[in-house]
Design a protein around this ligand. Structure first.
Ligand code: ZN
Ligand code: ZN
Length: 171
């Protein structure tokens, strides 16, 4: 699904650095929603023309909804991603497999930064996440969320399954 929201018209790109601010929803990128990205994202793009190329510096910031690895709670945090790309109208240079070089057909009068936004998000989304640095997690015995409550389970750190082993006498 294409919405045109990620397009930067080249007619608005002047000499030097031109700055654009876009408001883009996740559906504008892939045509479907993603519960991790409930809000529109703010995308700032700096375009600098150099010969047959346009240098693009893109920054995306948005709120991301994550699930804590330790306690399983859903929480939100600010996410910021950046990606630099060269859009080139030179077919030879666009042919080399350089990941940060994209082909810009000379007859096309806009740059579509949807792929750059996607790349910036992919790079920025954390693999592991905690709702807070000192998340206490869940009680291994009763499952209580120890950030919210204290349970009555014994607080020794050792797993009770090892208790039986400790009582074995080797002699
Ligand atoms: Zn947590
Ligand atoms: Zn407990």
């Amino acid at each position: 699904m294409f919405t045109g929201r990620c397009r930067i018209p080249l007619s608005q790109v002047g000499e030097g650095v031109s700055t654009f601010t876009l408001s883009v929803g996740f559906t504008d990128l892939v045509g479907e929603t993603d519960s991790r990205f409930p809000d529109n994202m703010v995308v700032e793009v700096e375009i600098t023309p150099v010969d047959d190329d346009f240098l693009s510096r893109l920054r995306v910031s948005t709120k991301i909804r994550l699930i804590c690895d330790r306690c399983g709670e859903t929480f939100s945090r600010e996410l910021e991603g950046r990606v630099d790309t060269v859009y080139t109208q030179d077919p030879v240079r666009s042919g080399n497999e350089d990941a940060d070089m994209r082909w810009l057909p000379p007859e096309q009068n806009f740059i579509d930064v949807a792929d750059d936004i996607r790349d910036a998000l992919i790079l920025a989304v954390p693999d592991k996440c905690l709702c807070r640095e000192d998340c206490k997690g869940l009680c291994v015995r009763c499952g209580a969320n120890l950030n919210k409550t204290t349970c009555v389970c014994p607080k020794n750190k050792e797993d009770s399954r090892w208790d039986a082993l400790k009582n074995i006498k080797f002699d």
